[in-house]
Structure formats: C-alpha cells, structure tokens
Design a protein around this ligand. Structure first.
Ligand SMILES: Cc1cc2nc3c(=O)[nH]c(=O)nc-3n(C[C@H](O)[C@H](O)[C@H](O)COP(=O)(O)O)c2cc1C
Length: 226
C-alpha cells in the first residue's frame, strides 16, 4: 500500500523552529511544498482559511514583539478580523511561523513536534481492513478490534463503544480468537502507547498460557524506514 504525503509549510529559513519542523516532516517522508512567506506571503483569503483551520483569531497568530506590529498599527483594538488579516499579509514578519498544512488540517510548529499530529490519519486502520480482507479471502473469519486510547488526563475514561470503526478489544477476544494479527503505527521508534498499555493488561492470559500455539503476526505503518 503506497501513499503520497504532501504538506505545505510556511517557512522562514532563519528561524530554528521552522527549520526543526521542516526536518521532522522530511524525516517522516512527507513531501513538502515550501513557501517562504516573507518573500511570497499568503493571500488574504488563504490566511483567512488557515486561521479557520487552526481555530485561531488573527492576533493569536501574530508575533506581537516584532516592530512592525506597532509600526503598522496592528495593536489598534478597533481593527476587525478582515483588517487584521490585511495587515498580516502586508507585514508578513508579524505572522507566526512555521505553519504547516496537511490533509485539510493545520498546525503551528511550536513546538515542532506539533506536526506529528498531522501524521495520524488512519493509515494503520486502513491496513488492518486490508489484512482482515485477506483473512476472509483465505477462508478465515476476521474479527476487527481496536485498543482504547490512553488519555494523558487521569480522569478521562473511554466510552464503552468507539464513535467509529471497530469495537474496543477486550481480554475475552484474545481468549476466543484462533490467531492474532496486531497492527500499530510507529511512535518514536516503538509501538503506540495504547497497544502497549493493552498488552500489559494481559498478564493472566500469559500466565495461563492462553495464547500458546495461536498463530500470530504483526504489521506497522511508519513515516520512514526503520
Ligand atoms: C507521536 C508520533 C511519533 C511518531 N514517531 C515516528 C517514528 O519514530 N518513526 C516513523 O517512521 N514515524 C513516526 N511517526 C509517524 C507515524 O508512524 C506514521 O505517520 C504512521 O503512518 C501513522 O499511522 P496512523 O495514521 O495509523 O496513525 C510518528 C507519529 C506520531 C504521531
């Protein structure tokens, strides 16, 4: 399964955050359309659309410490969205950088690792569907399951049924299956935390030898070769 990943980056080569963001995209095999916005600023319509994708108001995306911010009168509280956007396009130095657009989503590369969120786009889920198709074509009966997300918020707990896609896996799925195929996106050179978290809850299955002799396979989707 091959896929072309294409991002547009509004880049300032003199900015270390912008350079680090570009490097991260390149390391993850994302083809980049580099816009040096100080030389070729976005149009007003384009910047308006970018702000909507970012969910930010114009001033949230401004470098208020730049001399141009005050010199161009952009600190005037009476300016509306349209006037602020016009001011940003005319004084591109005040636009925060780098901005990355990919798959209809946008992020500001502060920190540069923000761009990694653009790389979560269901590649592993798409592969899992193809794997399940193969199992069915070979006469098996594929049962697709997904691990619940791990929340950085201690209070959060996943709903019993996911909003979309395969149901959450439960330990009895592991007991009942005749074979197992695990898939995970690469996350910093490892499997994704939710899968690792789930596997660490399977001690009883391991101690009881429940999975012994079941055929197993694994697949992964990563940005670059490992
Ligand atoms: C937090 C995070 C860390 C990542 N780390 C790596 C990595 O170490 N190596 C790599 O090649 N890709 C890495 N990627 C890119 C993903 O593995 C890649 O985009 C994958 O296809 C995403 O699959 P998904 O769409 O199922 O989430 C990372 C992505 C994220 C979000």
């Amino acid at each position: 399964m091959s896929e072309t990943k294409q991002a547009r980056i509004f880049h300032n080569p003199r900015c270390s955050k912008s350079r680090a963001t570009l490097t991260l995209l390149e390391e993850n095999s994302v083809a980049t359309d580099i816009v040096e916005y100080l030389k070729t600023p976005p149009s007003e319509a384009e910047l308006d659309e970018i702000l909507t994708q970012l969910g930010l108001e114009p001033r949230d995306l401004m470098r208020k410490g730049e001399a141009e911010y005050k010199e161009a009168g952009l600190d005037n509280p009476d300016l509306d969205r349209k006037a602020l956007i016009k001011g940003m396009v005319e004084n591109p130095k005040v636009i925060e950088r780098p901005i990355v657009l990919m798959n209809g989503k946008a992020v500001v590369g502060r920190p540069p690792e923000n761009v990694l969120n653009l790389l979560r786009h269901g590649a592993t889920a798409a592969m899992a569907k193809q794997v399940a198709r193969g199992v069915n074509l070979a006469g098996g009966e594929a049962v697709l399951r997904v691990v619940p997300p791990v929340s950085p918020d201690h209070e959060a707990s996943a709903p019993a049924v996911p909003d979309a896609g395969a149901p959450y896996v439960e330990l009895h799925d592991m007991r009942e299956c005749e074979g197992l195929i695990l898939g995970s996106p690469g996350r910093f050179g490892n499997m994704a935390a939710p899968l690792k978290h789930f596997l660490e809850q399977t001690s009883d299955l391991w101690l009881g030898g429940t999975l012994r002799d079941k055929p197993a396979a694994a697949f992964t989707s990563t940005g670059s070769l490992h």
